[in-house]
Design a protein around this ligand. Structure first.
Ligand code: FAD
Length: 490
């Protein structure tokens, strides 16, 4: 019997899943899903229990969805190399044929690129065909180059070229493709999705025992350690989130920098898991390339292009995972005070807007983009702490923690990255607070001990509070020191 396996990774959805759809067509609906928990990934220093829970719940939703439409997902407690070997061994022992082909969707992180090359070699060694498809990026790194070749290192010309490409029929049809996926999701939500698949793992094993499915075990043990409220996960939740943003999109330009309100889409954590993707978002919202950044939708699309930009940078320059994009900052003289770092993590720096952001992160697993920029600038420029410390802490705590945009955001703030904030532009945390949280609503939501203070007192040093700490540094002095340190490194 000809059947296929789709190996899910960060493409946790059925709607608009190109590799899965291709398999479904070629194997006439006989396609099964596999997910492998890779110990190498789970043992990373920046592993986050909270983000993992959100991820696990997306897998639970996916498994349920696959069962509803006639397939199933097998979740293995072992990396793909050993996982597939084990699976193939058991299939052979049960005298069941190996799959006709195994598919997956492309990933661009250095770890993933190496893993996927290994998987391709493994499939070859078993005589099993394999293929992969484009997934969460609309334009892949190899598709967008400067006229003379090579990738862009500045965002504006990158974005121009990206827009130009997306006007092209071929790229535009990619967005169109996802409309079908969105219609399918509507049917699924209404309980009317067709049984598009025709094979389950139980049916394949025909009474023989296959490998143990560990999903429930993982969910149970991880959920006991979670420290924030986990939002609803999965494609249907992502679509709901997207649609709730549609009505607010016109105001995006005006409201996206105000952390006390929901002015942004809050889609990032769904995009991280592939519950929804950039082209799906564009298809649903009807986003058009080459807007003049005047409307909310133009500005929103611009942010999605930033996301693609950082993926292209990571794919073309994998070294940025561990070192500054701008090599002159390789030996920058960081102070790296552990005491200051702890105060920053705990939200006890004495700078209310910074502390509110860090407490929002700890309490909810999320932080507003404007505040991410403020706390990152504060850590790297005011405290002169290595951006990699901040980057890792964000990965340990963010529900949307994602290597490419996180690394890009940190290196932007630290002025070490590709097209970063110039080193001499140092955010003044007092002015930032005053500008973006003038009435202190956001600050007071997370820094409860400042609740009774009048708003105007929140944007200058508070030296006489019983509980709230005095500022741990003097911004003006630290600014001068930072300028000096950066100048010396240049
Ligand atoms: C220091 C720092 C660390 C960051 N770490 C991450 C991270 O780990 N994961 C992550 O997804 N984003 C990260 N960002 C980018 C940005 O803060 C988040 O994507 C955004 O806050 C998510 O909220 P949203 O979905 O409501 O965004 P919206 O404003 O609604 O934007 C829509 C989408 O565009 C993308 N996007 C928005 N802003 C950026 C940006 N500056 N760079 C790249 N993509 C962007 C995201 O996918 C986002 O979901 C970081 C930014 C900074 C400054």
């Amino acid at each position: 019997m000809k059947y296929g396996i789709h190996w899910f990774r960060r493409d946790l959805r059925v709607a608009g899943n190109r590799a899965l759809a291709k398999q479904c067509h070629e194997c006439e609906g006989r396609v099964l899903g596999v997910f492998c928990f890779d110990k190498k990934f789970l043992d990373r220093d920046d592993f986050s229990i909270n983000r993992f829970q959100f991820f696990l719940e997306a897998i639970v939703a996916l498994k349920k969805e696959l069962q509803t439409i006639g397939s199933d997902l097998l979740v293995l407690d072992i990396g793909p190399q050993h996982g597939f070997k084990e699976l193939f061994k058991k299939l052979k022992a049960a005298d069941i044929s190996l799959p006709h082909q195994v598919s997956w969707n492309r990933d661009y992180e250095p770890f993933a690129v190496e893993r996927d090359q290994g998987a391709e070699d493994l499939m070859k060694s078993y005589g099993v065909a394999s293929f992969h498809e484009r997934d969460h990026l609309l334009v892949e790194p190899h598709e967008l180059e400067k006229d003379g070749g090579g990738g862009y290192q500045v965002f504006s010309p990158f974005a121009r070229k990206w827009n130009q490409l997306v006007m092209d029929e071929e790229f535009n049809s990619r967005v169109e493709y996802y409309k079908k996926g969105l219609r399918y999701l509507d049917q699924l939500a209404a309980g009317k999705a067709d049984k598009i698949f025709k094979l389950t793992w139980d049916k394949l094993w025909e009474g023989e025992s296959g490998p143990e499915d560990v999903l429930n075990r993982y969910v149970e043990s991880n959920s006991r350690k979670v420290s924030v409220t986990i939002p609803r996960s999965g494609s249907l939740a992502a679509l709901e989130q997207l649609r709730s943003f549609r009505d607010r999109m016109d105001d995006y330009g005006e409201k996206r920098d105000i952390p006390s309100i929901q002015g942004t889409s809050r889609l990032s954590m769904y995009m991280k898991n592939g519950s929804i993707t950039t082209p799906m978002v564009m298809a649903e919202l009807g986003l058009e390339p080459f807007g003049k950044k005047e409307t909310g939708s133009d500005m929103f699309l611009n942010e999605l292009i930033w996301r693609e930009f950082y993926y292209h940078i990571l794919a073309r320059h994998p070294r940025v995972e561990n070192e500054p994009f701008l090599k002159q900052y390789k030996d920058l003289e960081w102070s790296n005070s552990k005491t200051w770092f702890d105060a920053w993590k705990e939200g006890k720096t004495g700078f209310p807007i910074v502390d509110a952001g860090m407490r929002e992160l700890k309490q909810t697993g999320w932080m507003h983009n404007r505040v991410r920029m403020i706390v990152a600038s504060f850590l790297t420029k005011d405290l002169l702490i290595d951006w990699r410390w901040g980057e890792q802490y964000f990965m340990e705590t963010l529900l949307d923690g994602d290597l490419a945009p996180n690394n890009g955001g940190w290196q932007w703030a630290a002025s070490t990255g590709c097209d970063p904030q110039p080193y001499f532009r140092i955010f003044n945390p007092w002015l930032q607070g005053k500008k973006f949280d003038p009435d202190g609503k956001y600050i007071k939501r997370y820094v409860g001990e400042l609740e009774d203070l009048p708003a105007k007192k929140l944007h200058s040093p508070i030296n006489d509070h019983k509980i709230y700490p005095k500022p741990i540094v003097d911004h003006k002095k630290q600014r001068e020191i930072a300028l000096d340190v950066y100048k010396r490194a240049r």
